[in-house]
Ligand binder design. Structure first.
Ligand SMILES: *Cc1c(COP(=O)(O)O)cnc(C)c1O
Length: 236
């Protein structure tokens, strides 16, 4: 396992260096960008190495996988982010385990999140997932629907809306992803103007292994990276 940890550490360092270089190119402080290590490709044995490798914010796309790993690993350094679709019947078990729900993708889900948050006495951090490219296979609010939510985010108290999340169009290269990222940032700016300080929406979660540098140039504050951290690491 030592060799694997060494390799994983090198990958984390390399990705952080690329994040810092991309931030520098556009005059942004690298510290304002959070690296979320996406661990969905590997099991608990590999996932548990991430904090020692220098990555403590971890993303899982399936709630059951997140539950299983959070229980098995039980490392207080880890902050779990849910980055995939959350079914209603999984909300109550997921909420107490996560630092952030990045994938709030419908008004009905927000209603249920609110109900459970009140019951549990928690104020979860939430990102609104936007289907910025209009891909019918993707989850997320249509941009127009998300824009219309801005003025009534208060209605979902105690949810704390910290920003927006998106995935660029599936087949796109980094440069066509740029248009999607820029569109998400513009949408966020419009929403911010409308929500009159009730939510600060400062976070933009966009960019994955193939396009995170472009996303940073377009304003990403959270990048979600899986494959680039796992180069040369055995996937269980
Ligand atoms: C899998 C996944 C990622 C990471 O993708 P990589 O290309 O492996 O970096 C990021 N975000 C979401 C929502 C994912 O499901």
């Amino acid at each position: 396992m030592d060799e694997v940890l060494e390799r994983l550490t090198r990958n984390v360092d390399a990705v952080r260096a690329r994040i810092a270089a991309a931030a520098r190119r556009c005059g942004r402080p690298a510290e304002e960008i959070t690296l979320v290590g996406v661990t969905k490709y590997v099991g608990a044995e590999m996932t548990r190495l991430f904090p020692d490798a220098g990555c403590t914010v971890l993303g899982e796309s399936r709630p059951q996988q997140l539950w299983r790993k959070a229980a098995e690993i039980d490392d207080p350094r880890i902050a779990w982010h849910l980055i995939g679709h959350l079914q209603r019947n999984k909300i109550s078990r997921t909420l107490p385990m996560v630092a952030c729900i990045q994938s709030a993708d419908s008004g009905a889900l927000l209603d249920q999140l609110q109900r459970h948050a009140k019951r549990l006495g928690v104020a979860p951090r939430v990102l609104l997932e936007v289907n910025i490219s209009g891909d019918p296979e993707k989850h997320g609010f249509a941009p127009a629907a998300a824009g219309a939510l801005a003025a009534r985010l208060d209605a979902w108290h105690p949810l704390r809306f910290i920003g927006l999340m998106t995935m660029a169009a599936r087949a796109s290269d980094a440069e066509s992803a740029r248009a999607d990222f820029a569109a998400l940032r513009r949408l966020r700016d419009q929403m911010r103007a409308k929500c009159a300080g009730s939510a600060d929406l400062s976070e933009l979660s966009m960019g994955m292994s193939r396009d995170f540098e472009t996303a940073i140039e377009e304003g990403a504050t959270i990048v979600r990276i899986g494959s680039a951290l796992l180069e040369g690491v055995p996937r269980e």
